[in-house]
Write a new protein. Structure first.
Length: 202
């Protein structure tokens, strides 16, 4: 049985983002408990989103629990009790959090995309329940590679057009280095598009 074939607990970073928000809703509607990492300055908009979600599916809303923290913190979560809960209960760690702006500065890209990924891996290593770590990479790791770029490939001497792409490449290197110790799946979405009317990801 796969880690999401029956209701379980998922720790989700990036759950307030373009992909993570809809993912949190899908997971909650499927019966999973979602422990959602939220930065303090994002708490109010997160609460507003969850109020709207409650109107459409109050049961699913009750399965999403925001936890304050930040990927740039070594321990990620502000409260030790929340960290202990993630370590004890979360069978899936879904790392979708990232600084995604193409013009992101080098220091932020390093701290969030690379350092944050290292912090998530450290959290995963301490888990008592982990069955799967899912890392949301990006097709941008291919850089200027021409032709096909396989899912098992990474280092091909490519150059990068942005700090974002380079930092996602470096973060995926870190994740691949841990795959011998952690049950890991890497996803590489390319372009993300939303509905024509409101831009939402369906």
């Amino acid at each position: 049985m796969g880690p999401l074939e029956s209701p379980t607990t998922v720790f989700l970073t990036g759950g307030t983002g373009l992909i993570g928000g809809p993912l949190a809703e899908v997971l909650a509607r499927a019966g999973h408990e979602v422990l959602l990492l939220v930065r303090p300055h994002s708490l109010k908009p997160t609460e507003a989103w969850l109020r709207e979600f409650k109107k459409t599916d109050p049961d699913a809303r009750g399965r999403i629990l925001p936890l304050l923290g930040d990927l740039t913190r070594p321990e990620i979560l502000e409260k030790p009790s929340n960290r202990e809960r993630v370590l004890a209960d979360a069978t899936v760690l879904f790392h979708a959090g990232a600084a995604t702006h193409l013009a992101v500065d080098a220091a932020t890209a390093e701290a969030v995309n690379v350092g944050g990924t290292e912090a998530v891996l450290q959290l995963a290593r301490g888990s008592l329940a982990l069955r799967r770590l899912v890392y949301l990479s990006a097709a941008a790791v291919a850089g200027d590679t021409e032709g096909a770029f396989g899912e098992g490939e990474l280092a091909r001497g490519q150059a990068f057009y942005s700090r974002y792409a380079e930092s996602k490449y470096r973060a995926e290197e870190v994740v691949r280095g841990a795959m011998g110790d952690l049950p890991t799946t890497i996803l590489r979405p390319s372009h993300v598009v939303g509905r024509r009317g409101d831009g939402a990801i369906a």
